[in-house]
Write a protein that binds this ligand. Structure first.
Ligand code: SF4
Length: 408
Protein backbone atom coordinates (compact mmCIF):
# COMPACT_ATOMS: atom_id res chain seq x y z
CA UNK A 1 0.00 0.00 0.00
CA UNK A 2 1.30 3.48 -0.85
CA UNK A 3 1.72 5.85 2.03
CA UNK A 4 0.76 9.52 2.34
CA UNK A 5 0.96 12.34 4.86
CA UNK A 6 -1.03 15.56 4.95
CA UNK A 7 -0.45 18.81 6.80
CA UNK A 8 -3.13 21.50 6.93
CA UNK A 9 -2.57 25.20 7.45
CA UNK A 10 -5.26 27.80 8.00
CA UNK A 11 -8.98 27.91 8.57
CA UNK A 12 -11.73 25.38 9.26
CA UNK A 13 -12.70 25.39 5.59
CA UNK A 14 -9.18 24.18 4.77
CA UNK A 15 -9.42 21.53 7.50
CA UNK A 16 -12.56 20.27 5.84
CA UNK A 17 -10.92 20.27 2.40
CA UNK A 18 -8.08 18.17 3.83
CA UNK A 19 -10.52 15.51 4.90
CA UNK A 20 -11.90 15.45 1.34
CA UNK A 21 -8.31 15.04 0.05
CA UNK A 22 -7.64 12.21 2.52
CA UNK A 23 -10.76 10.37 1.37
CA UNK A 24 -9.81 10.84 -2.27
CA UNK A 25 -6.27 9.49 -1.77
CA UNK A 26 -7.60 6.54 0.24
CA UNK A 27 -9.87 5.64 -2.64
CA UNK A 28 -6.73 5.51 -4.81
CA UNK A 29 -5.10 3.00 -2.45
CA UNK A 30 -3.12 5.27 -0.11
CA UNK A 31 -2.87 4.87 3.62
CA UNK A 32 -2.14 7.94 5.78
CA UNK A 33 0.74 7.98 8.25
CA UNK A 34 1.52 10.42 11.06
CA UNK A 35 5.21 10.78 10.04
CA UNK A 36 6.22 12.41 6.75
CA UNK A 37 9.63 10.69 6.78
CA UNK A 38 8.09 7.34 5.88
CA UNK A 39 5.69 8.19 3.08
CA UNK A 40 5.60 8.28 -0.73
CA UNK A 41 3.51 11.43 -0.98
CA UNK A 42 3.42 14.52 1.24
CA UNK A 43 0.47 16.85 0.77
CA UNK A 44 0.63 20.40 2.10
CA UNK A 45 -2.76 22.11 2.21
CA UNK A 46 -1.61 25.69 2.41
CA UNK A 47 -2.91 29.06 3.57
CA UNK A 48 -1.92 32.49 2.28
CA UNK A 49 -3.97 34.80 4.47
CA UNK A 50 -0.86 36.55 5.85
CA UNK A 51 2.81 36.66 4.94
CA UNK A 52 3.43 34.67 8.13
CA UNK A 53 1.15 31.88 6.83
CA UNK A 54 3.18 31.87 3.59
CA UNK A 55 6.43 31.68 5.52
CA UNK A 56 5.24 28.73 7.60
CA UNK A 57 4.14 26.84 4.47
CA UNK A 58 7.51 27.37 2.75
CA UNK A 59 9.31 26.35 5.93
CA UNK A 60 7.42 23.06 6.16
CA UNK A 61 7.89 22.32 2.45
CA UNK A 62 11.66 22.85 2.76
CA UNK A 63 11.81 20.65 5.84
CA UNK A 64 9.94 17.84 4.06
CA UNK A 65 12.20 18.10 0.99
CA UNK A 66 15.28 17.96 3.21
CA UNK A 67 14.20 15.04 5.37
CA UNK A 68 12.37 12.84 2.89
CA UNK A 69 14.40 12.72 -0.32
CA UNK A 70 12.05 10.34 -2.13
CA UNK A 71 8.55 11.62 -1.46
CA UNK A 72 6.55 13.47 -4.03
CA UNK A 73 5.51 16.83 -2.52
CA UNK A 74 2.06 18.04 -3.53
CA UNK A 75 1.07 21.55 -2.54
CA UNK A 76 -2.57 22.58 -2.62
CA UNK A 77 -4.82 25.16 -0.94
CA UNK A 78 -4.73 28.94 -1.22
CA UNK A 79 -1.01 29.70 -1.53
CA UNK A 80 -0.40 28.21 -5.01
CA UNK A 81 -3.53 29.96 -6.26
CA UNK A 82 -2.01 33.26 -5.22
CA UNK A 83 1.43 32.37 -6.55
CA UNK A 84 2.34 28.93 -7.85
CA UNK A 85 5.70 30.43 -8.92
CA UNK A 86 6.75 31.11 -5.30
CA UNK A 87 6.04 27.47 -4.48
CA UNK A 88 7.57 25.92 -7.59
CA UNK A 89 10.72 27.98 -7.19
CA UNK A 90 11.47 26.13 -3.97
CA UNK A 91 12.17 22.85 -5.78
CA UNK A 92 11.35 20.99 -8.96
CA UNK A 93 10.22 18.06 -6.82
CA UNK A 94 7.07 20.01 -6.00
CA UNK A 95 3.81 19.56 -7.86
CA UNK A 96 0.76 21.74 -7.48
CA UNK A 97 -2.36 19.78 -6.66
CA UNK A 98 -5.54 21.52 -7.86
CA UNK A 99 -7.96 22.23 -5.05
CA UNK A 100 -10.83 19.89 -4.28
CA UNK A 101 -12.99 22.46 -6.00
CA UNK A 102 -12.74 24.04 -9.40
CA UNK A 103 -11.61 27.58 -8.86
CA UNK A 104 -13.76 30.53 -9.73
CA UNK A 105 -16.15 28.43 -11.74
CA UNK A 106 -18.76 28.93 -9.05
CA UNK A 107 -19.31 25.20 -9.04
CA UNK A 108 -17.72 22.67 -6.82
CA UNK A 109 -17.24 18.99 -7.43
CA UNK A 110 -19.61 16.92 -5.39
CA UNK A 111 -17.79 16.43 -2.16
CA UNK A 112 -18.52 14.93 1.18
CA UNK A 113 -17.01 13.26 4.20
CA UNK A 114 -18.05 10.51 6.57
CA UNK A 115 -15.58 11.26 9.31
CA UNK A 116 -13.27 13.96 10.50
CA UNK A 117 -9.99 12.36 11.42
CA UNK A 118 -8.09 13.40 14.50
CA UNK A 119 -10.93 15.49 15.90
CA UNK A 120 -13.82 14.93 18.24
CA UNK A 121 -15.83 17.73 16.70
CA UNK A 122 -16.58 17.44 12.99
CA UNK A 123 -16.56 20.38 10.61
CA UNK A 124 -19.04 20.47 7.76
CA UNK A 125 -18.47 22.93 4.95
CA UNK A 126 -21.76 24.34 3.75
CA UNK A 127 -20.46 27.33 1.80
CA UNK A 128 -17.27 28.60 0.20
CA UNK A 129 -16.00 31.74 -1.43
CA UNK A 130 -16.47 35.46 -0.96
CA UNK A 131 -17.17 38.31 -3.33
CA UNK A 132 -16.87 41.19 -0.85
CA UNK A 133 -13.28 42.17 -1.68
CA UNK A 134 -12.42 43.82 1.63
CA UNK A 135 -9.37 45.89 0.82
CA UNK A 136 -6.88 43.85 2.88
CA UNK A 137 -8.17 40.36 2.13
CA UNK A 138 -6.77 37.81 -0.30
CA UNK A 139 -9.65 35.35 0.14
CA UNK A 140 -11.81 36.47 -2.84
CA UNK A 141 -8.77 35.98 -5.11
CA UNK A 142 -7.88 32.50 -3.92
CA UNK A 143 -11.12 30.73 -3.09
CA UNK A 144 -14.03 29.94 -5.41
CA UNK A 145 -16.78 32.43 -6.06
CA UNK A 146 -19.78 32.21 -3.73
CA UNK A 147 -20.92 28.64 -3.62
CA UNK A 148 -23.33 26.78 -1.32
CA UNK A 149 -23.89 23.08 -0.83
CA UNK A 150 -27.41 21.82 -1.45
CA UNK A 151 -29.38 21.31 1.75
CA UNK A 152 -29.93 17.62 1.23
CA UNK A 153 -26.22 16.98 0.82
CA UNK A 154 -25.46 18.90 4.03
CA UNK A 155 -28.14 17.07 6.03
CA UNK A 156 -26.94 13.68 4.75
CA UNK A 157 -23.38 14.49 5.67
CA UNK A 158 -24.41 15.50 9.19
CA UNK A 159 -26.41 12.24 9.49
CA UNK A 160 -23.35 10.23 8.46
CA UNK A 161 -21.14 12.03 10.95
CA UNK A 162 -23.64 11.42 13.74
CA UNK A 163 -23.63 7.72 12.85
CA UNK A 164 -19.85 7.78 13.29
CA UNK A 165 -20.34 9.12 16.82
CA UNK A 166 -19.58 12.83 16.45
CA UNK A 167 -21.62 14.85 18.93
CA UNK A 168 -20.66 18.34 17.88
CA UNK A 169 -20.87 19.46 14.27
CA UNK A 170 -19.38 22.83 13.35
CA UNK A 171 -20.95 24.41 10.28
CA UNK A 172 -18.21 26.18 8.38
CA UNK A 173 -17.93 28.48 5.41
CA UNK A 174 -16.21 31.69 4.43
CA UNK A 175 -19.55 33.45 4.75
CA UNK A 176 -22.17 31.42 6.58
CA UNK A 177 -24.61 34.31 6.38
CA UNK A 178 -24.47 34.02 2.58
CA UNK A 179 -25.52 30.39 2.56
CA UNK A 180 -27.71 30.39 -0.53
CA UNK A 181 -30.50 28.20 0.83
CA UNK A 182 -30.82 30.14 4.09
CA UNK A 183 -28.78 29.59 7.23
CA UNK A 184 -31.84 29.41 9.48
CA UNK A 185 -33.48 27.01 7.08
CA UNK A 186 -30.54 24.58 7.07
CA UNK A 187 -30.17 24.86 10.84
CA UNK A 188 -33.86 23.98 11.29
CA UNK A 189 -33.41 20.93 9.06
CA UNK A 190 -30.32 19.77 10.94
CA UNK A 191 -31.70 20.23 14.44
CA UNK A 192 -34.77 18.28 13.33
CA UNK A 193 -32.59 15.16 13.16
CA UNK A 194 -33.51 12.84 15.97
CA UNK A 195 -30.19 12.34 17.73
CA UNK A 196 -28.13 13.68 20.66
CA UNK A 197 -25.78 16.24 19.18
CA UNK A 198 -25.19 19.94 18.93
CA UNK A 199 -24.39 22.40 16.18
CA UNK A 200 -21.96 25.30 16.35
CA UNK A 201 -21.59 28.06 13.78
CA UNK A 202 -17.95 28.73 12.93
CA UNK A 203 -17.92 32.42 11.97
CA UNK A 204 -20.63 34.75 10.81
CA UNK A 205 -20.50 38.26 9.39
CA UNK A 206 -22.36 40.80 11.48
CA UNK A 207 -25.05 41.19 8.81
CA UNK A 208 -25.93 37.52 9.27
CA UNK A 209 -26.84 37.98 12.95
CA UNK A 210 -30.58 38.26 12.34
CA UNK A 211 -33.51 38.18 14.77
CA UNK A 212 -34.58 34.95 13.11
CA UNK A 213 -31.23 33.30 13.79
CA UNK A 214 -31.15 34.50 17.40
CA UNK A 215 -34.74 33.35 17.90
CA UNK A 216 -33.85 29.86 16.67
CA UNK A 217 -30.78 29.72 18.90
CA UNK A 218 -32.80 30.87 21.89
CA UNK A 219 -35.52 28.27 21.42
CA UNK A 220 -33.01 25.43 20.85
CA UNK A 221 -30.34 25.89 23.54
CA UNK A 222 -29.44 22.21 23.67
CA UNK A 223 -29.05 21.82 19.92
CA UNK A 224 -27.39 25.11 18.85
CA UNK A 225 -24.39 26.28 20.84
CA UNK A 226 -24.71 29.69 22.48
CA UNK A 227 -21.67 30.97 20.65
CA UNK A 228 -21.19 33.33 17.74
CA UNK A 229 -17.90 34.37 16.19
CA UNK A 230 -18.53 37.77 14.60
CA UNK A 231 -15.46 39.40 13.00
CA UNK A 232 -15.09 43.07 13.98
CA UNK A 233 -11.65 43.94 12.50
CA UNK A 234 -11.80 47.54 13.73
CA UNK A 235 -13.92 49.74 15.99
CA UNK A 236 -13.06 52.87 13.98
CA UNK A 237 -15.53 53.82 11.27
CA UNK A 238 -12.75 55.52 9.28
CA UNK A 239 -10.73 52.31 9.22
CA UNK A 240 -13.76 50.11 8.53
CA UNK A 241 -14.48 52.28 5.51
CA UNK A 242 -10.91 51.97 4.23
CA UNK A 243 -11.13 48.24 4.82
CA UNK A 244 -14.32 48.25 2.71
CA UNK A 245 -16.22 46.47 5.42
CA UNK A 246 -19.96 46.68 4.98
CA UNK A 247 -20.92 47.88 8.50
CA UNK A 248 -19.94 50.53 10.99
CA UNK A 249 -19.13 50.22 14.67
CA UNK A 250 -22.64 51.27 15.75
CA UNK A 251 -24.18 48.49 13.68
CA UNK A 252 -21.75 45.98 15.17
CA UNK A 253 -22.50 47.17 18.68
CA UNK A 254 -26.27 46.82 18.18
CA UNK A 255 -25.84 43.30 16.81
CA UNK A 256 -23.80 42.18 19.83
CA UNK A 257 -26.28 43.79 22.22
CA UNK A 258 -29.04 41.85 20.48
CA UNK A 259 -27.10 38.60 20.93
CA UNK A 260 -26.69 39.20 24.66
CA UNK A 261 -30.34 40.24 25.02
CA UNK A 262 -31.47 36.93 23.46
CA UNK A 263 -28.72 34.70 24.85
CA UNK A 264 -27.32 36.24 28.05
CA UNK A 265 -24.75 33.46 28.57
CA UNK A 266 -23.50 33.42 24.97
CA UNK A 267 -19.85 33.53 24.04
CA UNK A 268 -19.26 36.24 21.44
CA UNK A 269 -15.80 35.95 19.95
CA UNK A 270 -14.20 38.05 17.24
CA UNK A 271 -11.33 38.71 14.84
CA UNK A 272 -9.63 42.05 15.15
CA UNK A 273 -6.86 43.54 13.06
CA UNK A 274 -4.18 45.98 14.22
CA UNK A 275 -1.93 48.17 12.11
CA UNK A 276 -4.15 48.67 9.09
CA UNK A 277 -2.55 51.50 7.02
CA UNK A 278 -3.45 54.87 8.52
CA UNK A 279 -4.64 53.43 11.86
CA UNK A 280 -4.02 56.20 14.40
CA UNK A 281 -3.87 55.94 18.18
CA UNK A 282 -7.40 57.29 18.22
CA UNK A 283 -8.60 54.59 15.80
CA UNK A 284 -6.94 51.95 17.92
CA UNK A 285 -8.52 53.33 21.11
CA UNK A 286 -11.94 53.14 19.44
CA UNK A 287 -11.31 49.46 18.71
CA UNK A 288 -10.01 48.71 22.19
CA UNK A 289 -12.82 50.55 23.95
CA UNK A 290 -15.57 49.01 21.82
CA UNK A 291 -14.37 45.47 22.52
CA UNK A 292 -13.99 46.22 26.20
CA UNK A 293 -17.40 47.86 26.43
CA UNK A 294 -19.13 45.03 24.59
CA UNK A 295 -17.43 42.44 26.80
CA UNK A 296 -16.59 40.18 23.87
CA UNK A 297 -15.45 36.86 25.24
CA UNK A 298 -12.40 35.93 23.16
CA UNK A 299 -10.30 37.74 20.53
CA UNK A 300 -8.21 36.54 17.61
CA UNK A 301 -5.77 39.37 17.08
CA UNK A 302 -4.20 39.74 13.61
CA UNK A 303 -1.55 42.13 12.44
CA UNK A 304 -2.08 43.79 9.08
CA UNK A 305 -0.18 41.91 6.41
CA UNK A 306 -0.05 43.44 2.90
CA UNK A 307 -1.24 40.76 0.47
CA UNK A 308 -0.01 41.23 -3.08
CA UNK A 309 -2.86 42.14 -5.41
CA UNK A 310 -5.17 43.53 -2.73
CA UNK A 311 -6.11 47.20 -2.61
CA UNK A 312 -4.64 47.82 0.84
CA UNK A 313 -1.25 46.46 -0.23
CA UNK A 314 -0.84 49.76 -2.11
CA UNK A 315 -2.00 52.03 0.74
CA UNK A 316 0.38 54.61 2.21
CA UNK A 317 0.65 55.48 5.89
CA UNK A 318 1.91 52.11 6.98
CA UNK A 319 1.96 51.77 10.75
CA UNK A 320 5.48 51.13 12.08
CA UNK A 321 6.16 47.57 13.24
CA UNK A 322 6.88 48.56 16.84
CA UNK A 323 3.49 50.28 17.13
CA UNK A 324 1.71 47.31 15.55
CA UNK A 325 3.38 45.07 18.10
CA UNK A 326 2.43 47.35 20.97
CA UNK A 327 -1.22 47.47 19.86
CA UNK A 328 -1.31 43.74 19.33
CA UNK A 329 0.04 43.17 22.84
CA UNK A 330 -2.56 45.51 24.33
CA UNK A 331 -5.35 43.60 22.64
CA UNK A 332 -3.89 40.27 23.69
CA UNK A 333 -3.85 41.47 27.31
CA UNK A 334 -7.44 42.61 26.91
CA UNK A 335 -8.32 39.19 25.47
CA UNK A 336 -6.85 37.52 28.54
CA UNK A 337 -8.84 39.75 30.85
CA UNK A 338 -12.10 39.28 28.92
CA UNK A 339 -11.72 35.50 28.75
CA UNK A 340 -11.10 35.31 32.47
CA UNK A 341 -14.01 37.60 33.35
CA UNK A 342 -16.24 35.44 31.18
CA UNK A 343 -15.39 32.01 32.57
CA UNK A 344 -15.43 33.26 36.16
CA UNK A 345 -19.10 34.15 35.67
CA UNK A 346 -19.82 30.45 35.44
CA UNK A 347 -18.01 29.18 38.53
CA UNK A 348 -20.41 26.92 40.42
CA UNK A 349 -22.68 26.63 37.39
CA UNK A 350 -23.12 23.76 34.95
CA UNK A 351 -22.54 23.78 31.19
CA UNK A 352 -22.71 21.16 28.50
CA UNK A 353 -19.34 20.14 27.06
CA UNK A 354 -17.71 17.87 24.51
CA UNK A 355 -14.14 16.64 24.81
CA UNK A 356 -11.47 17.97 22.50
CA UNK A 357 -9.85 14.94 20.90
CA UNK A 358 -7.94 12.85 23.39
CA UNK A 359 -6.77 15.89 25.28
CA UNK A 360 -7.64 16.83 28.81
CA UNK A 361 -9.80 19.73 27.77
CA UNK A 362 -13.41 20.17 26.73
CA UNK A 363 -15.40 22.96 25.14
CA UNK A 364 -18.59 24.34 26.62
CA UNK A 365 -21.51 25.33 24.44
CA UNK A 366 -20.59 28.99 24.99
CA UNK A 367 -16.97 28.38 24.04
CA UNK A 368 -15.04 28.17 27.27
CA UNK A 369 -12.14 25.73 27.13
CA UNK A 370 -12.05 23.89 30.45
CA UNK A 371 -9.66 21.37 31.96
CA UNK A 372 -11.23 18.14 33.06
CA UNK A 373 -11.00 16.40 36.40
CA UNK A 374 -9.48 12.93 36.20
CA UNK A 375 -12.81 11.06 36.51
CA UNK A 376 -14.07 12.43 33.21
CA UNK A 377 -10.95 12.37 31.08
CA UNK A 378 -12.12 9.74 28.63
CA UNK A 379 -15.79 10.60 28.40
CA UNK A 380 -17.52 10.62 25.07
CA UNK A 381 -20.59 12.49 23.85
CA UNK A 382 -22.12 15.59 25.36
CA UNK A 383 -22.07 15.76 29.13
CA UNK A 384 -22.66 18.27 31.86
CA UNK A 385 -19.91 19.60 34.08
CA UNK A 386 -19.81 22.04 36.93
CA UNK A 387 -17.18 24.71 36.47
CA UNK A 388 -14.74 25.53 39.23
CA UNK A 389 -11.47 27.41 39.51
CA UNK A 390 -8.11 25.75 40.04
CA UNK A 391 -4.83 27.65 39.91
CA UNK A 392 -6.42 30.50 38.00
CA UNK A 393 -7.89 28.28 35.28
CA UNK A 394 -11.40 26.97 34.52
CA UNK A 395 -11.86 23.30 35.42
CA UNK A 396 -14.86 21.00 35.19
CA UNK A 397 -16.17 18.20 37.38
CA UNK A 398 -19.13 15.97 36.61
CA UNK A 399 -22.30 17.78 37.42
CA UNK A 400 -24.67 16.11 39.90
CA UNK A 401 -27.45 16.09 37.36
CA UNK A 402 -25.89 13.97 34.68
CA UNK A 403 -26.91 12.29 31.48
CA UNK A 404 -29.17 12.31 29.61
CA UNK A 405 -28.54 16.01 29.41
CA UNK A 406 -30.29 17.02 26.23
CA UNK A 407 -33.85 18.24 25.97
CA UNK A 408 -34.12 18.90 29.70
S1 SF4 B 1 -12.51 39.70 5.08
FE1 SF4 B 1 -13.88 40.56 3.51
S2 SF4 B 1 -13.10 39.80 1.57
FE2 SF4 B 1 -12.12 38.57 3.18
S3 SF4 B 1 -13.39 36.76 3.34
FE3 SF4 B 1 -14.15 38.25 4.84
S4 SF4 B 1 -15.74 39.46 3.82
FE4 SF4 B 1 -14.59 38.32 2.23
Amino acid sequence: MKKAYIHTFGCKVNQYDSQVIRDSFRSKGYEFCPDFNEVDVVIVNSCTVTSEADRQCRQLIRKVLRKNKKAKVLVTGCYPVRSSREIKDISDRIEILPKTSSYNSGKEDKIGINKFEGRSRAFVKIQDGCSNFCSYCIVPFVRPKLWSRPEEEVVNEVKNLLKQGYREVVLTGVHLGNYEYGLVNILEKIIGLNDDFRIRLSSIDVGGVTDELLGLMKSNPAKICAHLHIPLQSGSNDILKKMKRTYNSEFYQKAVEKVYASLPDAGVTTDVMVGFPGETDKDFDLTYNLINRLKLTRLHVFRFSPRPGTLAAGFDNRVPENIIKERSNKLKALDKKLQETFWRRFIGKSRLVVMEGKSKTAITDNYIRIFLDSDIKAKSGIFKVEIFERMGKPWGKLSEVNEPVLNQ
